[in-house]
Design a protein around this ligand. Structure first.
Ligand SMILES: Cc1ncc(COP(=O)(O)O)c(C=O)c1O
Length: 395
């Protein structure tokens, strides 16, 4: 009988996309919507990056190319990681992929056997448990709790490690909480990984979007070189979401496996895009620091405004561009808050359960809109908050 493979029924989609679809529907009816649902910077790469694509195409760089990525890009990524993360990795440890999501998928497919357990942050990027389940492995969440300022709890993680634990997934700065893991937490996670001989998949896609301090990669800690894979890319730090470009930094045997994945799936990533990415990494126009400075301004304004809304509580995120708002004080569910915000106020945000069960009482707003739009969004939210203030008064 013809049927869809059972693995497809255990995988899941992303909450942001369904909110986006409804927001678009409202807009097509003439309603004004402020889009704070997608994790997509409202910036574009600088003119020199765009010119590089045109130049690469004019030079005929539109062929099949090296499976692991063009050598010049792999070398530039090594230089970039040294400059921005103080890491010494060689170009031979880097494999280019069509986006971070693909890099994550291929890394997990290369390393996991059915029945293996994967520790991952909850709330976290929805792809982590979905890909794990799709591969027949078992997702084991560790909670990022507000009591712990959304830092991983080392004792909880230690207690959840079993004989079958194969991989620890980390994401700092994290989606959706914006948490930057402390040095002590990362050191503790590294010790656990060494003690139990785990793979560590460190999703560092937001590494450049931080508001203070130096970035410390999971790869920097003792014993991590042979077990750590860094996933990073161009979607967030260089506002290149639609370019679909990411990469994995991995030990040599994993590089061989990832190349086998590439040969059997995408063959290679667009050659002209890879050449333009070299220009993005050099960032001669200062596009990344400029964007992060603008996110910092928005963060200051928007988190302050959100904390004025009755029933809302939001910690100031140390990285990424998300406001993760505890809505327990409203007395209504996160789904209901988001429904009121979208339908009555024209503000699109995502109920936190889209990021895992621990997100149940939260709402995620992306501050990917101008300060004036964010001020307008906050004013609209304040106006409709009367909807739940009634239920608060009745309690
Ligand atoms: C934590 C995290 N990892 C990975 C991705 C996927 O990134 P890409 O657009 O490069 O596939 C995202 C995108 O939202 C993300 O938030």
């Amino acid at each position: 009988m013809r049927s869809i493979a059972s693995r497809m029924s255990v995988m899941s989609g992303e909450g942001a996309l369904s909110v986006f679809a409804r927001a678009k529907e409202l807009e097509s009816q003439g309603r004004s919507v402020i889009h704070l649902e997608l994790g997509e910077p409202d910036f574009h790469p600088g003119p020199s990056v765009v010119e590089s694509v045109a130049k690469a195409l004019a030079e005929g760089k539109d062929r099949y190319c090296a499976v692991a990525g063009v050598p010049a890009l792999r070398e530039e990524i090594a230089v970039y990681l040294q400059r921005t993360r103080n890491l010494s990795v060689s170009a031979g440890n880097i494999v280019i992929a069509p986006g971070c999501k693909a890099a994550l998928f291929f890394a997990m497919m290369s390393l996991l056997e059915p029945g293996d357990e994967v520790l991952y942050p909850d709330p976290g990027f929805p792809g982590y448990p979905s890909i794990t389940l799709g591969l027949g492995a078992i997702p084991v969440p560790f909670e990022l709790s507000c009591c712990n300022h959304f830092q991983p709890d080392l004792s909880e993680i230690a207690a959840k490690i079993t004989r079958r634990t194969r991989m620890l997934l980390t994401n700092s700065p994290g989606n959706p909480t914006g948490t930057v893991y402390t040095d002590a937490v990362q050191r503790g996670l590294a010790k656990l990984a060494v003690k139990h001989d785990l793979w560590v998949l460190s999703d560092e896609i937001y590494a450049r979007i931080r508001y203070a301090g130096e970035y410390i990669s999971m790869l920097s800690y003792p014993g991590m070189e042979e077990r750590t894979l860094i996933i990073d890319g161009f979607s967030k730090s260089f506002a290149m979401t639609g370019w679909r470009l990411g990469y994995t930094v991995a030990p040599p045997d994993v590089v061989t496996a990832l190349m086998m994945m590439a040969v059997n799936t995408y063959t290679c990533v667009n050659e002209f895009i890879q050449y333009a990415a070299i220009d993005a990494l050099r960032d001669r126009e200062g596009a990344t620091p400029h964007m992060v400075a603008e996110f910092a301004r928005r963060r200051e304004q928007f988190i302050h405004d959100l904390n004025e809304v009755p029933g809302f509580h939001c910690e100031v995120p140390a990285g990424a561009f998300y406001a993760w708002v505890d809505i327990r004080g409203t007395g209504v569910s996160a789904e209901e808050v988001c429904r009121i915000l979208l339908e009555d106020a024209g503000v699109a945000a995502i109920p936190g359960a889209a990021f895992g069960p621990s997100g149940k009482h939260f709402v995620r707003f992306s501050f990917v809109s101008s300060v004036s739009n964010l001020r307008e969004a906050a004013a609209r939210i304040m106006k409709v908050s009367t909807a739940w203030q009634g239920s608060l008064a009745a309690r």
